[in-house]
Ligand binder design. Sequence first.
Ligand SMILES: [Zn+2]
Length: 104
Amino acid sequence: MFCIHCRSEIDPKFKACPYCAEPITDLLRRYHDTPIDGKYTILSCLGVGGMGEGYKVLHVHLTAIRVIQVMLGHKKLETTALYAQVATDLLREVISPLERLPTA
Ligand SMILES: [Zn+2]
């Protein structure tokens, strides 16, 4: 995989990028090549803390920038991913109402 910050080729087993010290989280490892929820590609990490992680993501269908907040505190990544889903649903509620118009 490559570092989302400096784009250097890095070993996914590392906890942080050896070149720029960007944290490499389980979520990053999991969603490095696969979009979150099938539609959010991680662009950059906005912050990693004890309670959660924030990511700037690209909505691959709308080609729009979004921010995803992932709450941590779960040992299993599947549970963490579920929280990412909830966070994106919450995020959707504050998106411009124009985006909610039916497309058909
Ligand atoms: Zn780096």
